[in-house]
Structures are given as structure tokens and as C-alpha cells.
Design a protein around this ligand. Structure first.
Ligand code: HEM
Length: 409
């Protein structure tokens, strides 16, 4: 027990050494306890795959509580009126909704976001990847993130949504400013910038909706404007939040999967060789990239009903439960030799895309994009090497590199 206490007391989500390699400490925590209380963040934390898997599907918990309780009822602060534009922009986001609103909007979004429409995008995605890698070849030394993964993933989501590619830098700036609001230690200055960016983003998207209403173009936003389902349709506010969540959720995790994944592959040259030799299909390897070094390490839920018990621990209404994805994805109860990076593992039933009603709606697109990128990198640059110590984004939840310098021989 005192070992567990020491492990919990020593857990610091801002410690650069923990962020650099959280897996040994997460592993010790997971073996010591399936659930523990983190007073620093105010969460119950779940460490094992089975509990995370089940909690994702447990409808007695929710991503938000405002459909059931007021902030005062749960002893929570009211939303800060200074950041009204920010709250407005995420009001109708799928990630801020629970049934029945979530069900209604997700059904309409899924209607225009099908695996078939994703498959139809593949040739354009492949062309984009080729074009960017042509330039990387000319550079010979390039940053996988700034020169390839970022522009690739943003251009893909722009084309899905029907946004001009030339707007990508502006959208990225907004998106980077907005996500700062989700950091635990965001300053008022960061929050003010996030709020301003959210306001500009909303105005931009509203203008776009008007344009698509006048001239439909078959893009996702255009289809959302036109979609109807038994007389139901999306309001402009709902379309704005939907476009924003697709854009924000739609690029960062994909970029970080590529950065983390390429690093793992080049650190495990034998696994890279299996791709070069054609022994393992890149689409299969993508699943292991997502499991081995998760780009998203933690998601949380509110307990919304009495009587919830997880891993033998009773939870009260208003408790917060954090699911440690990176720990669950290395749980030996679920994965053989979980710390081994094995591109041929071929186990798509990991929890990298979540589970239950909030399961990643963009998973088919992310899988396709990542498979295209990986095949291209393997085919074009089999001899590629890491040219400098990779630079890490100094955060735990969104796990990624800010620079991965590669050299083409
Ligand atoms: C490798 C890339 C990606 C990863 C690892 C990832 C992961 C996830 C996870 C874990 C969730 C569930 C969150 C929760 O349960 O609290 C989620 C939800 C979501 N993702 Fe992704 N995602 C990726 C790419 C994308 C892309 C490309 C898009 C959009 C095109 C996207 C859009 C969304 C949306 C809209 C939701 C919310 C769904 C809902 O609440 O119903 N994601 N994603």
C-alpha cells in the first residue's frame, strides 16, 4: 500500500522525465492498483484495459453533465462569462453532448461521413502525400511534422470539410490557440486568446455555411447544410460546432500518431524492415502505432448516476473518472508482451479511438490517412534516418513531438 501511495504521490503530469517516457511509471501504477484517487487533479484514475473499455461504454457516465445537473448541483463553478465565444463554439460539439442531442447530431453527421465517402477520398489523399514528400526529397533533411504530417493532415480535413486549402495556416493558428483552453494550467492571457480565436473561427464558419447554402459543392459542410433526417436538420450553430470539432479533433491526433509512430519505427529498425520487405501491410502497422505510443493519453467522464462502481470502488454522482489510455494499451492482461513494439500485431480492438457512443467518428478517415502516409514513407524513403534528437511537446494528455528531423540518404 505504501508503494502505491509513493507512486501516486510521485505522479506529476508536468514532469518532463515522466512526459518523455510515462510507460514505466504507468506500468507500476497499473500493477499496483486498477483505480486510484489523484488529489492533484481531482480524478479517480483507471489504469487497466478492461475497466477503461467498460467505462467508455457505461451510459451512467458522460463527457458532460449540463444535460442532467446544474453546475451548482455538482459543486462546480459556472462557465466564466469572459470566455463566452469559446463556450459558444463548443456548445453543440459532439464531444460536449450526451443523448438525446448527441444521438440526433451524430446520426446526421454519420450520414455524410461514411466509410464509402472516406474511401472515395483516398486518391486525393494519396496525391497530397506524394506532392509533400516530393518536396521533402528535395530538402533531403526535413522535419516530418512541419514539412509533412501537419500540412498533410490539415489539407485532408480542409478538403473533407470543403474549406479552401489556402486558409489552412489561419485555421491552424485558431485551432492551436483554442486548444490551449483545455490545458489545466491555462493563464487568463491564453484563455483570452483562445476566446478571441473561437469567435473568429465561428464567424469564418458562419460565412462558409452561407456560401455553401448558395452554392452546394458536395463537401461535408455543404452536406450538413443540406442533410435532413425525418424532417430533422442541423441548425447553423450546430453546424458551426460540428465543423469546429471535426477540424480540431481531425488533425492533431493524426499528426501525433505519425510523429510518435515514425519515431518508434526508426528506433526499432527490424520493425521498419518488415514494412519495407512487404511482410506487414502498413494498414496493419497503423493499429500498433496507435496502441504502442498513444497520441491521446487520457479522457475523462462525469459520474451521472448513483450506484456506479468501477474496479470495486464506489463512485458518487459528480465524481470525475480519468481513463489512462496509455496505461490501458500496455496492459498485459489484454496484450501479449505489451511493451514490445510489433507492427504485425494486427489487433484493431485497442481503445485508441475510444469506444461506446463517443467512438471516434473520424476513425475510418484517420486509418486511411495514416495507411497512405506510412506506405508512402516506406516506399519512398526506406533508408531514412533520424537526424537529430526529436523534440517533444511538453504535455502529457496530447502526446506528440514538435520536431522529428529525418535525413534521406
Ligand atoms: C489517429 C487519429 C485519431 C485518434 C487517435 C482519435 C481518437 C479519438 C478518441 C479516443 C475519441 C473519443 C473521445 C472520448 O471518448 O471521450 C475521438 C472522438 C472523436 N474524434 Fe477522433 N481521433 C483521431 C482522428 C480523428 C479525425 C481524423 C477526425 C475527424 C475527421 C476525428 C473526429 C472525432 C470526433 C468528431 C469525435 C467525437 C465523436 C463523438 O463524441 O461522438 N478524429 N477521437
Amino acid at each position: 500500500m505504501s508503494d502505491l501511495r509513493d507512486l501516486i504521490d510521485g505522479l506529476d503530469f508536468y514532469d518532463p522525465a515522466f512526459i518523455a517516457d510515462p510507460y514505466p511509471r504507468l506500468g507500476r501504477l497499473r500493477e499496483a492498483a486498477p483505480v486510484f484517487r489523484n488529489e492533484q487533479t481531482g480524478h479517480w484514475m483507471l489504469t487497466r484495459f478492461a475497466d477503461v473499455h467498460e467505462t467508455l461504454r457505461d451510459r451512467r457516465l458522460g463527457r458532460v453533465y449540463h444535460h442532467r445537473y446544474t453546475a451548482a448541483e455538482l459543486g462546480q463553478p459556472e462557465p466564466d462569462p469572459r470566455w463566452a465565444a469559446f463556450h459558444q463554439h463548443e456548445r453543440w460539439s459532439l464531444l460536449s453532448l450526451e443523448p438525446p442531442d448527441h444521438t440526433r447530431i451524430r446520426r446526421l453527421v454519420s450520414k455524410v461521413f461514411t466509410p464509402r465517402s472516406v474511401a472515395a477520398l483516398e486518391p486525393a489523399v494519396a496525391a497530397l502525400s506524394r506532392e509533400l514528400l516530393d518536396r521533402c526529397r528535395e530538402l533531403r533533411t526535413f522535419d516530418l511534422l512541419a514539412d509533412y504530417a501537419q500540412p498533410f493532415s490539415v489539407a485532408v480535413i480542409c478538403s473533407v470539410l470543403g474549406l479552401p486549402r489556402g486558409d489552412a495556416p489561419r485555421l491552424l493558428d485558431w485551432s492551436h490557440a483554442i486548444v490551449k483552453m483545455y490545458e489545466l494550467r491555462a493563464s487568463d492571457e491564453m484563455k483570452a486568446r483562445a476566446d478571441q480565436a473561437a469567435g473568429e473561427f465561428v464567424d469564418y464558419t458562419k460565412a462558409l455555411i452561407e456560401a455553401k447554402r448558395r452554392v452546394p459543392d458536395g463537401s461535408l459542410i455543404s452536406n450538413l447544410v443540406g442533410v435532413t433526417d425525418g424532417g430533422d436538420r442541423l441548425t447553423d450553430d450546430e453546424i458551426v460546432s460540428t465543423a469546429v470539432v471535426l477540424l480540431e479533433a481531425g488533425h492533431e491526433a493524426t499528426v501525433n500518431t505519425l510523429g510518435n509512430g515514425m519515431r518508434a519505427l526508426l528506433d526499432h529498425r527490424d520493425q521498419w524492415q518488415r514494412l519495407i520487405d512487404g511482410e506487414v501491410d502498413p494498414a496493419v502497422a497503423v493499429e500498433e502505432l496507435l496502441r504502442y505510443d498513444s497520441p491521446l493519453q487520457m479522457f475523462d467522464r462525469w459520474v451521472l448516476e448513483p450506484g456506479v462502481e468501477i474496479a470495486g470502488r464506489s463512485m458518487a454522482v459528480g465524481d470525475r473518472v480519468a481513463m489512462l489510455f496509455g496505461s490501458a494499451q500496455r496492459d498485459p492482461r489484454r496484450f501479449d508482451a505489451p511493451d514490445r513494439f510489433d507492427v504485425g500485431r494486427g489487433d484493431p480492438a485497442h481503445i485508441g479511438f475510444g469506444g461506446g457512443i463517443h467512438f471516434c467518428v473520424g476513425a475510418p478517415l484517420a486509418r486511411m490517412e495514416l495507411a497512405v502516409a506510412l506506405s508512402d514513407l516506406v516506399r519512398r524513403f526506406p533508408g531514412v534516418e533520424i537526424g537529430a534528437e526529436p523534440v517533444r511537446h511538453p504535455a502529457f494528455v496530447i502526446r506528440g513531438l514538435t520536431e522529428l528531423r529525418l535525413v534521406v540518404p
